[in-house]
Each structure stands twice: as C-alpha cells, then as structure tokens.
Design a protein around this ligand. Structure first.
Ligand code: S3P
Length: 425
C-alpha cells in the first residue's frame, strides 16, 4: 500500500493510543507459564504481538476471545512440544524472549522468521543461554534456529549491551534454571519484565542495573495494558512540529525506563504536560497534552538511549525543526533493528531536504530546516520508518509518497485512522 501525505493545518483533539507492544508480548508469554488462566484487556493487535500469540497457541495454550479488547489465555497444562516450526514473523522480541522460555523446556523446537528478522543478530541471546547449559543448532547465530530443550543452571552475566530483549531472555530462562541467575547491564533498559514478573509472584530482586531471579512458578493474574508510548511518540512529535496543534493522548505508559522521548522533548522546549498520573500493575500511566512548540537542539547520548531507542527515528524528524545542532550518539544498535535505522533514516530525511549527517553511532542534524518533500520515501520493511516519514510529510511544502506503508501494521494498524481523526487540513 503506497500512500500520499501532504501538509496539514493542525492536529487538534483527543485520542487513545492502542496497547503497548512490549507489555502485550510479555503478558502473552508470561501467561503461558502460569499453569492457570489469565485475562488480558487491551492487548496490541500489531502483527508482532500476534506472532507471539500464535506461538503460545502452538505450545498448547488455548485462547478465548471475550470481545474486541479482551481475551483469556488458558495455560492450565504445561507447555508441550509444537508439531511445526514456530514463526516469529518480523518480531525480534518474540524470538529473543521465546528463546529464553524454550531453552529450558523438556522438548525441542525450531524458530524462524521473515527476511528482515533472519538477518538480525541472535548471538546476544544464544551466547549467554549456552553458558546456562542451553543447546542450539544455527548458522552464524541467525534464524532459523533449532533449540534442544535442556536442564539450565543460573549464571552471573555481565552484558555489554543495554538490551531489554537480552535481559528478559536470560531472566525468563532463569525462572526455570537451578540456582540464581543474575544479569547486569551497562545502562538500565526497559524494566517491564522485572515489574511484571514481580507482580506475578516470581522470586526476583533488582539493585540498580543488576537483576537476580530464582526458579519460580508464576501465578495467574489479569492484565490491563496501557497505551504504547512508542506509538504515542509519532503523535507527540507531530503535534510539536505542526503549528497551532494541541492534542491530548490518553492512557499512555510513562514508565521511567521508556519515557526518554518525553524527557528529551521537554528539554528541547517541547510543551508537553503529563496529566492524571496513576499506577496500574506496577506501571506508571498518564494522559499527555502536547502543543506546538519552538524546539531547540540538544545532545542525546549515554544512559538515556535505551529509554528512547525505538523513538530515535521520529526524534530525528523533531530535530530537523529544532534551532541549532542536535547530536544523537551511543546508538549503534539502531543498525540492528528491523532495518539499519541510521543509514535508512539519514537517506530518507535527506530526500525531504533535511540537513542530517550519518555517524557510526547516530546522527548530526542541523535545524531548523524547511522540508521540501516532493519525493518518494521507502520504508525498508520497517514500521517505525514508515510512521516517522508520515510525520515528516505533515510539514513538507509539497506532498510525499510513502511506498509500502503497510509495514505500519507490525506495531500500529490503527495509525492512519487515529491520525485522520485529529488532522485538520
Ligand atoms: C524491546 C526492547 C528493545 C526495543 C524493541 C522492544 C522489548 O530492543 O527496541 O522494540 O520489548 O524488550 P533491544 O532490547 O534489542 O534494545
């Protein structure tokens, strides 16, 4: 599906963002380990989370749909050997977290994925899992990967990467390993796994950037999943850069390890207010009011990077509209996402007329630049590049065409409808 995006007058009104992708993956997977029934309200219907749901069904869970927004996962029986290879689609989270769950099961299985996922690095999970006693058959640490279920033992692992996927993988393996599993990361990555496992009664402790877990049986619980800040990010940036905009985004997760985008945009002079703050199941939530602002450049680096890693593509769009030089560094892992998000973002934003320079670990962006548009944009099979380009298109002088915009469905199938609800031309 190719779409055309043109300049708009403003964004006005109030919207509710669909459920958080990271939390939905975890709710589906962790429910499968409870030996009971869990109700999940407001889950993500993006293709990535549906890949996870299909896999837990293949592992013996039954899913009962109550209505459009709620389902029950019945995991009364222990996980069983799947009759076919497990398809992770485009989803790195599915692959890496499921690897942690499957490595310690008393059966073998095989994981595979689409073209983009099959190029992504899996050594980051295979290497520590092997230290725990896990066994894999793979070619150069890439999918497809065969997992030979093994008895695992705890390890004390010092990770070089601040990756929530790797951390979650090891903690999930630790739930089913003899002894204590400890994971230390250089900077704190999103902590949804720790909060959710604690909420489900796991024997887990956190001390700074170090998390320890012991063999635990998770209790069945009900989940009510908040809106995804990574999806809200496209609306936040759009409202900040389109003159006269004033919007409210309701029910968004603002966990401190995820809301780097808000902290940075506020520092860039963005008029963003958090309203009606509350906590549900250990996760902080708020409604977010955003008004058009004169943004100022900043430097984004170090410990805040994991708290906004998925938002960097859309932050580069904001940076083109900020006065001064914005520097984004320490983000080399962006090259290992659904696409190489450094080269692809720089290439596409240059086409629009932005002054952006690619760096090995990020970008240098000069603003404020009027974006000319009048070109065709590629998505690189990457949902976040598709949506970031859409946001840029809203302020381009001439319309832009975005090719293969259907990649948006990976995380946010409701994106165009919600945008159209608040756009005024
Ligand atoms: C995720 C962690 C991040 C993020 C991804 C979702 C998660 O990946 O980019 O979209 O749900 O744990 P890394 O752990 O590879 O940084």
């Amino acid at each position: 599906m190719d779409i055309t995006v043109k300049k708009i007058n403003a964004l006005k009104g109030s919207i509710e963002i669909p459920a958080d992708k990271s939390l939905t993956h975890r709710a589906f997977m962790f429910s499968s380990l409870t030996k009971g029934k869990c109700k999940i309200s407001n889950y993500s219907k993006g293709a990535d989370c549906l890949s996870t749901l299909e896999i837990i069904k293949q592992l013996g869970c039954t899913v009962n749909y109550i209505n459009e927004k709620e389902l029950i996962i019945d995991a009364s029986k222990a996980l069983t050997e799947p009759s076919m290879p497990l398809n992770c689609g485009n989803s790195g989270t599915t692959t890496r977290l499921m690897a942690g769950i499957l490595a310690g099961q008393p059966f073998d299985c095989k994981l595979f994925g689409d073209e983009s996922l099959s190029k992504r690095p899996m050594k980051r999970v295979i290497a520590p899992l092997e230290l725990m006693g896990a066994k894999f058959i793979h070619n150069d640490f890439k999918l497809p990967i065969e997992i030979q279920g093994s008895q695992l033992h705890g390890i004390d692992y010092n990770s070089q990467l601040a990756s929530a996927q790797v951390k979650s993988c090891i903690l999930l393996a630790g739930l089913n390993a003899e002894g204590t599993t400890t994971y230390t990361e250089p900077y704190k990555s999103r902590n949804h796994t720790e909060l959710m496992l604690e909420y489900m009664g796991a024997n887990i402790t956190t001390e700074g950037n170090k998390v320890s877990v012991q063999k635990s049986q998770l209790k069945p619980v009900d989940f009510k999943i908040c809106g995804d800040i990574s999806s809200a990010a496209f609306f936040i940036v759009a409202a900040l850069i389109v003159p006269d905009s004033d919007i409210i985004i309701k029910n968004v997760g603002i966990n401190k390890t995820r809301r780097g985008i808000i902290d940075i945009l506020q520092k860039m002079n963005g008029d963003i207010t958090l309203l009606n703050k509350r906590t549900i199941a250990n996760e902080e939530i708020a409604d977010i009011r955003v008004k058009y602002s004169n943004l100022k450049a900043t430097t984004i680096q170090g410990s805040i990077i994991p708290a906004l890693i998925d938002e960097i593509p859309v932050l580069t769009v904001a940076a083109t509209q900020a006065d001064g030089t914005t520097i984004i560094k320490d983000a080399t892992d962006l090259r290992n996402k659904e696409a190489d998000r450094i080269t692809s973002v720089a290439t596409e934003l240059k086409k629009l007329g932005a002054n952006i320079e690619e760096q090995p670990d990020g970008f240098i962006i000069q603003g404020k630049t009027e974006l000319s548009g009048n070109c065709e944009i590629e998505c690189y099979h990457d949902h976040r590049i598709a949506m970031s380009s859409f946001v840029a298109g809203l302020i381009c002088k001439k319309p832009i065409k975005i090719n293969q915009f259907q990649w948006v469905n990976i995380s946010f199938p409701e994106f165009l409808n919600l945008m159209n609800n608040i756009i005024s031309y």
